[in-house]
Design a protein. Sequence first.
Length: 296
Amino acid sequence: MWLNLGKLYYGQKAYAKSGDALEKGFRANIKKEPEVLFMAMAAHYQAGNLDKTILLGEELVNTYGRESTEVVSLLANAYITTGNSPGAVNMLVRLTERNPDNSNAWKLLTQAYFKNQQYREAAVAYETYGYLQELKRDELFIMGDLFTMIGVPIRAAQYYEKALSAGGEAAEYEKMSVAYYSAYAFDKAIASIDQALLQERTYERLLLKAQLYYLQDKFIDAQNLYVAAAEVMSKDGHEWLMAGYCAMRGGELEISRELLHRATEFPAQRKEAMALLKMLTPVEEIKTLMSQMKET
């Protein structure tokens, strides 16, 4: 009677009543069929009663030795949601060891590791999931984010690039550029930020590209981009200072002087800009003297 009533309630989406009825049916039956207890567990999960879900799930595992994929996955989900990430990790590790081809278990294990702040383990588990089941676009970005978190930017960039194979938004290309930058793949970082700049020209992206050129000693290219960034926004004159310094390194002394004078207008950069301007004077004198000697 209780079993039929439980099924009836479940069909009506009265999950709490269904769970109670199914559990009563299980307790009343001499045979104690674990499948009925699992049905009760699933009904309580649907009703949002996670405490009851965990209680019945642990009974299934510990008393009746039922560690099927369905039971473990449901129990692990309940553990993760209620904050018992270590419990979820332990259960899912056992499940993946018994059934390493279970892609859903690896995905759940990733979530459990992440909630437990075991980010390196989460990346490994999610990559295993990706080997078993082709990652979707949003999953590729998650994979990239995980590798970014554990300090492997080149792997992160490779996943971002795969996700962007059919195109993407400016912020996504910027994310890929930062990953390549962190991996010292400057040419790829510039190509990525160019894709972002084509869609939206912002201060941050101009500054990022300027820094990439600066790191490669392409001082005139960097100078032009620092100026472009400063013209969009300059809070403290740092961009004018860097533009002037790059012009100096690139041999454009007159332009450097002009840009450094712009930097002196900002209190935060005045001292350093004045010091660079003093350095320019002997450089210009030497340049003039060499020119005179050449003419003589």
